[in-house]
Design a protein around this ligand. Structure first.
Ligand code: NAD
Ligand code: DAU
Length: 340
């Protein structure tokens, strides 16, 4: 069994590679990653010399390169994590999101058709459903909730989902899609809320909370997401969409205060800054399809997962300090410099 995992030098893709190499001793994993600002080869140092692992630096939009690799590897399964993923960056520069998230996905599916892959799995997001109002806690996203996007990022991910379903219907490509809620855990790039707050708090820097911090996200520990994808690629039905989420909704301000508490840092570090444009209010996943059909349930409670995550960032300072001392400084200044 050969699996091509794209975006495997990023947060969730790398955790998925670790999970698969450990769980399936006969599987070969080929990681394809362009190593954008969000990709980090040092994340993969524990597996790079594993004889069942190959790393290929490649842009998923590079049609010639992708076809050449698929010709060499003839993958059984392709799991597409590769994407531009940060909503705030998509607001400043949408075009790269359209290229990677839409054209890149189509390029991979063309190669799957050419070389007969038995499954193409698209890693999508709950953001394709838009948001839910705060005053309707009874509402959840199901797989049949209409797509209704808010940001260039979510628009590009929804476009990719539509193409994936079109390739299934038109060409019979055996596809599946998972739409997961917010992940947290080791190796998450420090531009995202949880690692950003941990890193800033450890450096006694202000903790930026957009608007009042009342927006709600449904947090899932990354390993639980990896187990869901593992189940879907082996047992999920072709042509189907599966929502993945842990019924763990929290307001941003409460997440930030919890992290302050875990690190023993004062809440006076919190700064309410200008809100994100088009900011989604609430995400909440109904995971009953994947639970009922495939028996998936989240295993890590938020209170345990967040402690484990904070400990990981404490024990792996070099990993994130290398990132925040580089180009990230320019990004941070642009994004937060004059944000009142
Ligand atoms: P990430 O930003 O940490 O990693 C993305 C990876 O993709 C990086 O290694 C980057 O180098 C690579 N990449 C980007 N453009 C590429 C290209 N053109 N060709 C090859 N590689 C490229 O992202 P993440 O948080 O790990 O997200 C992975 C996937 O999961 C994405 O598709 C995202 O939409 C989805 N997702 C993320 C979350 C979350 O909470 N982080 C939740 C649901 C879904
Ligand atoms: O829901 C799944 C999505 O989760 C994924 O598809 C995206 O790839 C991933 O980036 C994530 O999107 P969010 O926009 O929800 O995540 P982010 O960590 O950027 O922000 C989480 C919440 O925290 C959001 O309401 C915005 C807020 N926020 C974020 C940052 C970076 C702040 O208040 N301050 C910040 O500095």
């Amino acid at each position: 069994m050969t699996i091509i995992v794209t975006g495997g030098a990023g947060f969730i893709g790398s955790n998925f590679i670790f999970h698969m190499l450990k769980k399936y001793p006969s599987y070969r994993i080929v990681c394809v990653d362009k190593l954008t600002y969000a990709g980090n080869l040092s994340t993969l140092k524990g597996v790079i010399s594993n004889p069942r692992f190959r790393f290929v630096k490649l842009d998923i939009c590079d049609r010639e390169g992708v076809f050449k690799l698929f010709g060499e590897e003839k993958p059984d399964i392709v799991v597409n994590f590769a994407a531009e993923t940060h909503v705030d960056r998509s607001i400043y520069n949408p075009s790269v999101f359209l290229m990677t998230n839409i054209i890149g996905t189509a390029t991979l599916m063309d190669a799957c058709l050419e070389y007969g892959a038995k499954r193409f799995h698209q890693i999508s997001t709950d953001e394709v459903y838009g948001d839910l109002p705060l005053d309707r806690p009874d509402l959840f996203f199901t797989e049949s909730t209409p797509l209704h996007t808010s940001s260039p990022y979510s628009g590009s991910k929804a476009s990719a989902d539509l193409l994936v379903l079109a390739y299934h219907r038109t060409y019979g490509l055996p596809v599946s899609i998972s739409r997961c809620s917010n992940n947290y855990g080791p190796y998450q790039f420090p531009e995202k809320l949880i690692p950003l707050i941990i890193a800033n708090a450890l450096n006694d820097k202000p903790l930026p909370v957009y608007g009042e911090g009342l927006n709600v996200r449904d947090w899932l520990y990354v390993e639980d997401h990896c187990r869901a994808v593992d189940l879907i690629i082996h047992q999920g039905k072709p042509g189907e969409v599966y929502n993945v989420g842990g019924h763990n909704e929290m307001r941003n301000i409460d997440v930030v205060k919890l992290i302050c508490g875990l690190l023993g840092k004062p809440e006076s570090l919190i700064r309410h800054v200008a809100d994100r444009k088009g900011h989604d209010m609430r995400y909440a996943i109904d995971p009953s399809k994947i639970s009922g059909e495939l028996g998936w349930l989240p295993e890590t409670k938020f209170e345990d997962g967040i402690k484990r995550t904070v400990e990981w960032y404490l024990e792996n300072r070099e990993w994130w300090e290398t990132i925040i001392s580089g180009e990230y400084k320019n990004y941070y200044e642009k994004m937060y410099g004059n944000r009142e």
